[in-house]
Write a protein that binds this ligand. Structure first.
Ligand code: GAR
Length: 201
């Protein structure tokens, strides 16, 4: 039998995406082992969720290093220590540097339908633009900002009453399901990149 995929998760905030992975693993529905959770800030709720699940955690804050290059090298080392098969950036709000990107394969989910509305404010920007549908995108991480090969996208309709908060909450419901489905598919069937496409299974 194939061994469970070794998954490392990076968080910055509330960690509800991480929780979806932990819950699926605990339910036996996800053929992965979350081997560690890392954050770029101490005390975030995502770290507390990991600790509650008995998963080892680490913090690598940019401000603890002389510059971004030093932070990048330290984060790459932390990732390598855990020998993950896949790293999920689950609401991790820092751009990864070249050393970190070279240490593993990274999967990100973004709260918009890429290539529209990349960056840190995907929900706000979609709402401000007046689009009628948005959603979430699962993609591999490359050196750009939300530019890596797309694996899957799910759509969420925008209503006239939506605020940034209400829309983001509905996107996150869809995003959590999509993340569990994509990680399951990657763990079960593997993946390969062909140009702009990431083929899973
Ligand atoms: C998610 O919507 C994720 O896509 C977004 O942060 C949220 C994290 O939620 N990430 C980005 O915007 C990255 N550009 P969580 O902390 O509850 O898991």
């Amino acid at each position: 039998m194939r061994r469970p995929l070794r998954l490392l998760v990076l968080v910055s905030g509330s960690g509800s995406l991480l929780q979806a992975l932990l819950d699926a693993q605990a339910a036996g529905a996800l053929p992965v082992e979350v081997v560690a959770v890392g954050a770029d800030r101490a005390g975030c709720a995502g770290l507390e969720r990991a600790e509650a699940a008995g998963v080892p955690t680490f913090v690598e804050a940019v401000c603890a290093h002389a510059d971004r290059t030093a932070w990048d090298a330290a984060l790459a080392e932390r990732v390598r220590e855990h020998t993950p098969d896949l790293v999920v950036t689950a609401g991790f709000m820092k751009i990864l540097g070249p050393a970190t990107l070279g240490s593993a394969t990274f999967l990100n989910t973004h709260p918009a339908l890429l290539p529209s509305f990349p960056g840190a404010h995907g929900v706000r920007d979609a709402l401000a633009h007046g689009v009628r549908v948005t959603g979430s995108t699962a993609h591999l991480v490359d050196a750009g900002v939300d530019t890596g090969p797309i694996i899957e996208q799910r759509v969420v309709e925008i209503t006239d009453e939506d605020t940034q908060e209400s829309l983001h909450e509905r996107i996150k419901v869809v995003e959590r399901e999509m993340l569990v489905d994509v990680v399951t598919a990657m763990a079960t069937g593997g993946w390969r990149v062909e140009g702009r496409r990431c083929l899973v299974g």
